[in-house]
Design a protein around this ligand. Structure first.
Ligand SMILES: [Zn+2]
Length: 133
């Protein structure tokens, strides 16, 4: 991590993938913190969001979906790629928060694995990386 906000601004222009405005980095630098959480709902491309919303109800509980959930949380290195996004109700999304699948409600995770190949794939990757003890 560089110390100068100007170096960080330069890094931003080189990495449009973050979807952040340069002044967010500057503000964070002034406050002595690092940006590690998503800020804007609009960071998920509209077409991707629509595709996820069309997938159906909340994969975790079956209720009507109202938000898009990052299977691997954005704050933990997950991406806005379609393969990492599933429809979710606000309740499950809030409950899951920044947790990995292996750190959250096992019953809801098991349900999601059964209805979503995307959740199943992410879960398999987590278990492979860190097998349950
Ligand atoms: Zn739900």
């Amino acid at each position: 991590m560089s110390n100068s906000p100007w170096e960080q601004l330069a890094a931003v222009s080189l990495s449009a993938k973050t979807g952040r405005r340069p002044d967010e980095y500057l503000q964070a630098w002034r406050e002595g913190r690092r940006l590690d959480r998503p800020v804007w709902r609009s960071e998920i491309p509209a077409a991707v969001r629509r595709a996820v919303e069309a997938e159906g109800p909340c994969v975790y509980c079956g209720a009507e979906a109202s938000v898009v959930d990052h299977i691997k949380p954005w704050a933990r290195g997950g991406t806005h790629d379609l393969s990492n996004l599933v429809p979710s109700c606000a309740s499950c999304n809030f409950s899951k928060s920044d947790r990995l699948l292996t750190e959250w409600d096992a019953a809801r995770v098991q349900r999601a694995i059964g209805v979503s190949v995307k959740v199943a794939a992410v879960y398999a990757g987590l278990v492979e990386a860190a097998p349950p003890q």
